[in-house]
Design a protein around this ligand. Structure first.
Ligand code: ZN
Length: 121
């Protein structure tokens, strides 16, 4: 069962028919599924997976604090930068208009200028 849950976490190549619920809908990844699939991980990767795949941003401060402590970053600015870095890592950053291809209607995507990534704000 845990390999099926981990397969849900993969960005591509999901076999929905092998998942519970069959092919009639997209399976939902719940916090409980993520927690079960990540049993035994260290706290830092566990929190990162929890944020990225179950969208639980309530633990982002704990994750930033743990990473800063591990690397002996003690300033408030370092914690802010760490949170920004975590946001960057967990966001999909794929252009919504071209789905990351960089092309719409056989021309370069105007939204992302052909990069396939969301434009920087
Ligand atoms: Zn685009």
């Amino acid at each position: 069962m845990s390999e099926n849950i981990l397969a849900l976490l993969a960005a591509k190549g999901i076999n929905y028919k092998a998942m519970e619920g069959g092919d009639k809908g997209v399976p939902q990844i719940t916090s409980a599924m993520v927690a079960g699939a990540c049993a035994g991980l260290d706290r830092i990767p566990y929190l990162l997976v929890r944020i990225k795949y179950s969208g639980d941003f309530s633990v982002i401060n704990e994750l930033a604090e743990l990473i800063c402590r591990r690397n002996d970053y003690q300033s408030t600015q370092a914690r802010h930068l760490m949170r920004a870095a975590i946001y960057e890592v967990v966001s999909d950053n794929i252009c919504n208009f071209c789905n990351g291809t960089g092309i719409t209607r056989r021309t370069k995507c105007k939204s992302c200028d052909g990069t396939g990534h969301k434009p920087r704000q």
